[in-house]
Write a protein that binds this ligand. Sequence first.
Ligand code: GAL
Length: 678
Amino acid sequence: MAIRQSPSPVSPRGVTRIGHLLFGGDYSPEQWPEAVWAEDARLMRDAGVNLVSLGVFAWSKIEVAPGEFRFEWLDRVIDLLHENGVAVNLATPTASPPPWLVHRHPDILPIKADGTRLWHGSRRHYCPHSPAYREAAVRVTRALADRYAEHLALAMWHVDNEYAGHVTECFCDNAAEAFRRWLEVRYGSLAGLNDAWGAAFWSQSYGAWEEVEPPRQTPTFVNPTELLDWRRFWSESWLGCLRDQAAVLRERTPHVPITTNFMGFHGPLDYWAWGREEDVVSNDSYPDTSDPSWMIGSAMAYDLMRSLKGGRPWVLMEQASAHVNWRERNATKRPGVMRLGSYQAIARGADGVMFFQWRASRAGAEKHHSAMVPHVGTDSRTWREVSALGAELGHLDEILGSSVAADVAIVFDWENLWALGSGPMPASIELLSQVRALYAGLFERQVAVDFAHPEADLSGYRLVVVPHLYLMTDAAARRLVEYVDGGGTLLMTYFSGIVDANDHVRLGGYPAGLIELMGLRVEEFAPQVASQSTPVVTADGTRFDGTLWSDVITLAGAEPIATFAGDFYAGRPAVTRHRFGAGTAYYLGTMPDAAGVRWTMGRALDAAGIRSPNGVRSGIETVTRRSGSHAWLFVLNHTEEPVEVELEGSGLELLSQQPCDGSVRVEPTGVAIVRFEG
Ligand code: GAL
């Protein structure tokens, strides 16, 4: 085995010691005869692969019976990879407990809200509150760490796989008991619990902890605070599994960074909390590229990933080379689209592009999923595109460690997402689609956006957008006041500042705690049924439609810049502006159509002094990464036509190595990366 002489610290540039943009994928040699491994290594070299995620689902091959480990095959794989210049992102295989473990401890299996048990036979079939599972997961993690701690190939730890994928919660007795203990810690007493849960409603007051049950299948709406706590509890429950393993890995290999692969805005996990527990953020991304606006959703997820660790580079851990196999119809990525999507991640701060998976499986549930090496072999479009990308990325080391500086932040928080989904509302608001609609208004102007936690220091941003911060803590309200007072521009949308952290309604008008800041008071909500919309007329004569919701607003210092032109609140404000301290607060009292988002965002951006770097050009995405005095402008052409994009100054286009002065031409579905000096 190739043994590390002395542990070297993680490079301050980039996310690993590798020194190049990471390129590779999930590698499952356990699915193939050894004869194939040599070919894998040769092809990896040909394609410029420098990292593979190894053993993600290999538990039953690594530990064949309790405590009986078979590492010899893994030793040979890791050595072979190392000899071929491929580093290892070694997975703890705990996302798929082996049959022997389940057979001995059936209480590992998760139970659904209706009492149905989920059986062995696919993956992610475990409840994190099963003591047998936790013990076995730590044991296999420790064994792997002991075995490979000093191996030179070990570059990163990939803990588990997509926590809270498939199974987001479990209602077994172990979980119920853990929930009770969690509530005891949170509230200290039953009186505290009853108060927080508003248990006087519908006769739910508890007299003993044992009376508390998880929110199982009930006749009608479950207590919303209970549901909110259940979501909090589950995000922390899964996090407990990561913590167990991270503790073992950090003790054995303090020099090796730890990651676990995220899934964009995945609802069940508070990734703000999760991001703090890992060294490197990584994300899996499977946009449906048959949707003409696919790039907006992925851009938004990538901006979130960058934001989770304050702008630090992250890794695109999984994407498809061509098609997935889990939609009803799986559109393939058309020529150039895989490359375009890969550069989109890099443009938005990724220091690596990886795939699920290296070689397409012959058997099993994912045999019809694309891979870097398709079934048909290397004489294929997929292989040609994959290996060409690998070769290109090998020349972009200079980008490593640089990041995107954004002037705009969108406030997003899982507690708010959970609260909005925890009970019946005046109108059901899909927070993510609303965030996306507002994000789209910034994306089309090519304005860089970070995401921010509501209690974060926002003072570094010129514009902060706050979509539906329904659950607003006192600390968050204070942050917003400080931010605007200090000169910031805020754009807040309807149904914000409604409840506290216990999901109790704040009394006296909305947005509670911010009435002075916004210079208005919402006294009534007028949700709109699906067929309804209300016309809005702006002070400059623009017209658009408000949908889903209208706030009935009473002004208290703010000026209306657009008013409703219909319904019983005709003539009342729809969009307002209020100067407060050294800043300005905008309020949007409806969900505008796309034209309305454009108009409103335009006002807020102008007020914040932010201009669109390259104007509004449909289908063109531009992002700048910076480091010190260097700047790299990424231009992505999502259209089928060549485009000429104007540049401020001259630079070098890195992919063609051609100088460009004043403009750069980008081919259909093409990419340009222009480096500017100074
Ligand atoms: C991911 C998962 C991979 C693979 C892939 C298929 O969610 O982490 O293991 O299943 O989806 O698209």
